[in-house]
Design a protein around this ligand. Structure first.
Ligand SMILES: [Zn+2]
Ligand SMILES: [Zn+2]
Length: 344
């Protein structure tokens, strides 16, 4: 099993607090403390380590096949942020880890989440923007320098194979040193990149079936959303996209939709230079999904839970309630404002 170094907070507690409009901006901190206290109490009593709060428990499943979803980084855009790490997520089933996007710092975020880097089985890149791939190679190199010695399949749009080759070449010196000095297995044969150019079935193994849909994120093409059909539930990642019918179809009836979101008004306030603001806004409107649209998409897809992710701007000055209220107005299901290291 992946190692859990610390109790984590179930998102159920956080969502529960958001159902109370009178709870102020400090609600998340209090919910975290409350959740951590409950988690510690539960651990002391020998309860399962992932708390599900007071929500109805789902149908029993083989414990080893129960999926965990961890949001590793929740900020959109390539610039490093203080409060949110770059886009990355993990699904854990049994002792296998599936990583979705590899933004800056993904390896460290995984360690902070208590995950064993040696258990990475597959890596999925939604699209080749640096906020999603900057640490693609680094994740595998650092996992290998930790304890990875099994094959990792990587999946994503071209030029994934060339990127993998060039990364190995870039780090040839260090890799060679560790192979000879530390006796590590050769790294190159462990990484098997697969380029995806069309929608459809991506891979299937003993845990999960992964399906891709083409989404609209100009000028980057192809850009994909991924659906993970796990033994106990289905989880869909929108990747970066403007409102997309293909995504709605992919996410139809899913248990969880992890969807990107932008606040256009906040962007206007942040970017002072007018020419730059006009250009940036044109890109964002063409390539991303405004907060006013995300709830409608979740409603059309008929998902049970909507998790907001890839926040743009990813800075702390926008309270959770702003994101939540904008989305909740259009979606009757459960809405969760994502934060780094949140587990669902
Ligand atoms: Zn992005
Ligand atoms: Zn992007």
């Amino acid at each position: 099993m992946p190692r859990l170094s610390q109790p984590r907070v179930s998102a159920d507690h956080l969502d529960h607090t958001r159902n109370h409009p009178l709870i102020g901006v400090d609600h998340r901190r209090r919910a975290l403390l409350q959740g951590a206290g409950l988690a510690l109490a539960a651990l002391a009593l020998g309860a399962p380590r992932t708390l599900r709060g007071a929500m109805p428990t789902p149908a029993p499943v083989n414990h080893d096949k129960r999926s965990r979803l961890i949001l590793l980084g929740t900020a959109g855009g390539p610039t490093p942020k203080v409060d949110r790490s770059a886009p990355a997520n993990a699904i854990i089933i049994g002792d296998a880890i599936y990583v979705i996007d590899c933004g800056d710092g993904v390896a460290r975020q995984m360690v902070k989440a208590g995950l064993d880097l040696g258990h990475i089985r597959d890596v999925f890149i939604t699209h080749q923007h640096s906020d999603h791939n900057a640490d693609y190679g680094n994740l595998l190199l650092l996992a290998w320098a930790t304890d990875l010695h099994t094959r990792v399949n990587t999946w994503g749009p071209p030029p994934l194979k060339r990127m993998t080759e060039l990364f190995l070449e870039l780090n040839e010196y260090d890799i060679h040193i560790r192979e000879t000095d530390e006796g590590r297995p050769p790294l190159a044969p462990l990484i098997v990149p697969h380029e995806i150019t069309r929608a459809g079935l991506v891979m299937r193994d003993d845990n999960v079936k992964v399906t891709a849909a083409l989404v609209q994120h100009p000028p980057v093409t192809p850009a994909f959303a991924y659906r993970f059909d796990c033994p106990d539930r289905s989880i869909v990642f929108s990747g970066d996209t403007r409102p997309s019918d293909n995504l709605v179809e992919l996410a139809h009836g899913a248990d969880i939709l992890v969807h990107e979101v932008i606040d256009l008004k906040a962007i206007d306030a942040v970017v002072k230079d007018e020419a730059m603001a006009t250009r940036l806004r044109a890109h964002l409107e063409a390539a991303h999904t405004p907060m006013s649209e995300v709830g409608k998409i979740a409603a059309r897809a008929g998902v049970k839970t909507l998790v907001l992710n890839h926040f743009v701007p990813g800075t702390a000055h926008i309270p959770d309630a702003v994101w939540y209220d904008a989305v909740k107005a259009h979606f009757k299901g459960r809405v969760i404002v994502g934060h780094d290291l949140m587990e669902l």
